[in-house]
Write a protein that binds this ligand. Structure first.
Ligand code: NOJ
Length: 549
């Protein structure tokens, strides 16, 4: 049995459920078709109000800083302000105050690797080789015969180097050319970023989601990456030198020191899924680097018991003692999991079973806005697209705009998100698939999420318990137990069983195995409420949560 947490009172972020808000798409308050902070504030009760709320513990706001929005906020032009599209610092303070009043924590998105090319730092840096900010970014001369400093590829296509006629050198950008990379070897850069961190923590935020951290460390001698033959685009080279160097970890250790002055602040890292050592490489010794690191393996996984089992068995044990896993199925960069897992099967049934997994596996779950009502990927036309990365690879890759469409609140025009034309179109099914309709239906996906969230909150086994995979389960099923000692000293044991197959699955545990009470079946028509281990029958794509006696 793997000990997930031994403490009766783990830090808040271990037992919390996070909800990611994409500010462009959550709620528009001034009817310009774009979401904003006042809009978000008006919906906080939905997330954690006294009545009929979903019941999450923390929100993560994707970037809200001033930005020319080439990468929809991940190109920051001022780290200590709010983009006027979203509101003002006063609106932010009001949002924070209201969230805290409701018991909701708020974490900011912090973009560390790069700024916008409109940031004052970059303007100064490019202005002259003698600028005090010159060394804040990664500048290099070309090689002979007009060649770029290295062969590095940008994550969003093309070379990572762009010639700047004003600066008369190339600058490095690991993503878009409008996102120049900061030089993290420069202590002044780190000090400036730590000031940003203090600025927001002093304002009262509860932590940060840290963007693209494995890119912070690169080899500034600019050696060429080796080629990988037969592959195209970003994967056609081994990214040996342009990312994943130890400086990334060292910088995160420094950041941990900075936030240790603030009780309770959480650091959540986002590293590329293929960073060497996986997410575990950013937990340090377990207590000296990041508190949480996203594990994207489930986001890459098909709907398949073997694959989920593998993700769980690799990820959880790889995290050092003191660290804590994360569970992530969807975010603003990937197609929504209802469509990914649902491909070729019953998407609704799989989304229901996925909700059970998300909220009962060991670790801190992250929900992506709208997944609780089963929002699907928008079926967008080229002329609807806004994200340059999505446009660039359209229609060969699904892109990111389809997963960023406005929140579906109710059956009104534009689904209650705005009264004017939304920045991305809403899908035609928003008149049936929305919060108002689903909250009124006890059999809906929304009601299932809410019930699971409530059970998770009440159950020490689910929110902080030890975890044990049940190895001798049928090939298409995933079964695991969670167990914790409660405040009164009794032991609570929960069992989760999910059938990933489109056929029913029948099996039996040896006699003497524990019986139990079925607290949840993801199939709203399932009748039996007792768990008999010698006679188990799970329906197609059905999951069950059982309290073992
Ligand atoms: C990861 C973010 O999630 C993504 O949206 C962004 O484009 C890149 N980092 C670059 O900042």
């Amino acid at each position: 049995m793997l000990a997930a947490s031994r403490s009766l009172h783990p830090p808040w972020w271990q037992s919390a459920v996070f909800y990611q808000i994409y500010p462009w798409s959550f709620q528009d308050s001034d009817n310009d078709g774009i979401g904003d902070l006042r809009g978000i504030r008006s919906r906080l009760e939905y997330l954690r109000g006294a009545q009929h709320s979903l019941g999450v513990d923390a929100i993560w706001l994707s970037p809200i800083y001033p930005s020319p929005m080439h990468d929809f906020g991940y190109d920051v032009s001022d780290y200590v302000n709010i983009d006027p599209r979203f509101g003002t610092l006063k609106d932010f303070d009001d949002l924070l105050e209201e969230a805290h009043r409701l018991g909701l924590r708020v974490i900011m998105d912090l973009v560390l690797n790069h700024t916008s090319n409109q940031h004052e730092w970059f303007r100064e840096s490019r202005a002259s080789r003698l600028s005090t900010k010159r060394n804040w970014y990664c500048w290099a001369d070309g090689k002979s015969f007009g060649r770029r400093p290295s062969n590095w590829n940008a994550r969003f296509g093309g070379s990572s180097w762009t010639w700047d006629p004003e600066a008369r050198q190339y600058y490095l950008h690991s993503f878009l050319k409008e996102q120049p990379d900061l030089n993290w070897q420069n202590p002044s850069v780190r000090a400036a970023m730590w000031d940003v961190v203090r600025f927001w923590l002093d304002r009262g935020v509860d932590g940060f989601r840290l963007d693209a951290i494995n890119w912070l460390g690169k080899d500034t001698r600019w050696p060429n990456n080796p080629f990988r033959f037969g592959l195209r685009g970003y994967t056609r080279q081994h990214h040996l030198y342009d990312r994943d160097q130890a400086l990334a970890q060292e910088s995160m250790q420094e950041l941990r020191q900075v936030v240790s002055a603030y009780r309770d602040a959480v650091l959540i890292g986002e590293a590329a899924a293929d960073t060497p050592g996986g997410p575990a490489s950013f937990y340090g010794e377990g207590d000296d680097e990041l508190h949480l690191v996203f594990d994207f393996r489930l986001m890459k996984s098909p709907w398949c018991a073997k694959s989920f089992r593998l993700c769980l068995s690799q990820h959880v044990p790889s995290i050092p003692q003191g660290g804590w896993p994360t569970i992530v199925m969807s975010n603003h960069d990937q197609p929504r999991h209802i469509d990914r897992y649902g491909a070729g099967g019953d998407a609704e049934a799989r989304a229901r079973a996925a909700a059970l997994l998300l909220l009962t596996m060991p670790g801190t779950p992250f929900l992506y806005y709208g997944e609780e009502v089963g929002m699907r990927n928008g079926k967008l036309r080229y002329r609807d697209l806004r994200d340059p990365y999505t446009k660039r690879f359209w229609p060969f890759r699904p892109g990111r705009d389809p997963a960023r469409t406005p929140m579906q609140w109710d059956a009104s025009l534009h689904a209650g998100f705005t009264t004017s034309r939304p920045w991305l179109p809403l899908p035609p099914d928003s008149s049936q698939r929305n919060v108002a309709a689903e909250a009124a239906d006890p059999r809906s996906l929304w009601s299932l999420y809410r019930k699971l969230l409530e059970l998770r909150r009440m159950s020490p086994a689910l929110h902080r318990g030890d975890y044990r995979m049940i190895e001798d389960s049928p090939r298409d099923c995933l079964l695991y137990e969670r167990e914790a000692r409660t405040e009164t000293g009794t032991v609570e044991r929960m069992l989760v069983a999910v059938n990933f197959s489109q056929r029913p699955c029948e099996f039996a545990f040896p006699s003497g195995s524990s019986h139990g009470l079925v607290l949840v079946s993801t199939n709203p028509d399932a009748a039996d409420s007792t768990w008999n281990p010698t006679q188990i029958r799970l329906g197609p794509d059905e999951g069950r949560l059982v309290r073992l006696s």
